[in-house]
Structure formats: C-alpha cells, structure tokens
Design a protein around this ligand. Structure first.
Ligand SMILES: [Zn+2]
Length: 223
C-alpha cells in the first residue's frame, strides 16, 4: 500500500516533468519524499478509552520552519483536546517533502498543485512557512463543503510556522474538518471561538456528536 502510494506520486511528478520536457523546459523532479515515519498512538498520548480513532498524515515541507519536536508537541495537545469527544489520535504518518521554495507558503493554487503532485492519505495536516492567501490566516481548514472548487484540498489543514498556541489551533482546524463546518461558537472557553486562545479548549456535547458523526460518515474516523 505504501509502495503503491509512493509510486503513484513519483509517477505524477515524472509525468509533469515529462510534459515540461516536451515543452522545452528543464526537467527536474520537483517534489520528493525524503522521510517517512510512523507515530504511534501512545507517542501521541492517545487515551486508552475512546469510541473513535483518528489517523492523521502530517506533511512537513523542508524549509517550513517547523521542527518535528514542535509539531509533535502540537499534535499531542490537539490529541488531548479531541480526547474530550472520545476521539483518539491513534497514529500518524509523518512525511517530509523536499519541494521548490514556492511550495513553502500556502496559497490555494500552489496547495492544489502540491496535493495533486504528491497525494497523501486524509485527513492531512500540512506544515507550511507562511500564507499568501488574503485575508491571511495562521491556519486554514478545508472540509468537503468548502472544497468544491478545489477538490484536491478536501480534508486538509494548513498551518503556518508563525502560529501561536499551535496545539489549540490544530485541534480547532481539525474540528472544522471533522465537522465539515466553518461554524464558530461564542461560548466562553469553547475551542471553536473565532479567535483561538490557549485557554479555550472546550467542545460541547453537541459539537462532539457532530464531529464524531460527520467525521465517521466522511471516512475520517474509525470505530
Ligand atoms: Zn475556525
């Protein structure tokens, strides 16, 4: 399965390189997988008792400014926040990609290109340097409802290296993806407040139920 995925993406990269050659441009393998690691549930602090399991792909683009330690810290914090909904982050695939510098900053067209050239399992978190989208958000979540014009980006989160409280932000964006909703909450201390803060990490019963139901229906959560 892993080999097939790898071959498929290499093939896509070569296909594009081939098209560039026929167009007279210089052929360079543009995007390459330089590291793949499996992170286990216990490493991510998965709670023992949980009804739903979440497997993540984390894509770090070399030069993004993210370190593995920082990303792991954010993942653990996000896992502990989602744990209140009885969802365990049961494992993650950590992928490091080398890519030309234009892929380092999020923008919709560049992100679509990256996701198309190197497809990965979803939900996927992309660790990027910055954003060129305007308005500029530290992090963006793309579910099903807001990906109709950019289907390659369905079920992905893009988080910039400048993001503060990255664990809370990651949990917030993953909750958007799992609920397939851009809705925010006005409730004090709620994770889905418009402005994320370190102290706002609570999800209501209704939010948890929606997250589990929609996440399962979209194949993003397993029982
Ligand atoms: Zn939000």
């Amino acid at each position: 399965m892993r080999a097939v995925r790898r071959i498929a993406s290499t093939f896509a990269a070569h296909l594009v390189a081939g098209l560039l050659v026929s167009g007279g441009a210089l052929a360079q393998p543009e995007i390459a997988l330089v590291e793949r690691q499996s992170l286990s549930g216990p490493e991510l602090g998965a709670p023992v008792a949980s009804s739903h399991r979440l497997h993540l792909t984390v894509v770090n683009i070399e030069g993004s400014g993210w370190t593995r330690e920082r990303a792991l810290g954010a993942l653990r914090e996000a896992a502990s926040i989602l744990g209140q909904c009885s969802v365990a982050v049961a494992g993650a695939q950590w992928l490091t990609l080398s890519a030309p510098s234009r892929y380092l900053d999020f923008s919709t067209p560049v992100a679509r290109e990256l996701a198309r050239l190197h497809p990965v399992a979803r939900p996927a978190i992309y660790l990027v340097r910055d954003t060129r989208n305007r308005p500029a958000f530290d992090a963006e979540a793309i579910g099903r409802a807001n990906s109709r014009t950019r289907p390659e980006l369905a079920d992905t989160v893009w988080i910039t290296a400048a993001t503060r409280d990255a664990g809370v932000v990651l949990a917030h964006e993953l909750a958007h993806v799992l609920m397939d909703s851009g809705e925010h909450s006005d409730e004090a201390g709620n994770l889905m407040r418009d402005e994320t803060t370190a102290g706002s990490t609570t999800l209501s019963e209704a939010q948890c139920a929606r997250l589990r139901e929609t996440g399962s229906a979209h194949g993003l959560l397993q029982r």
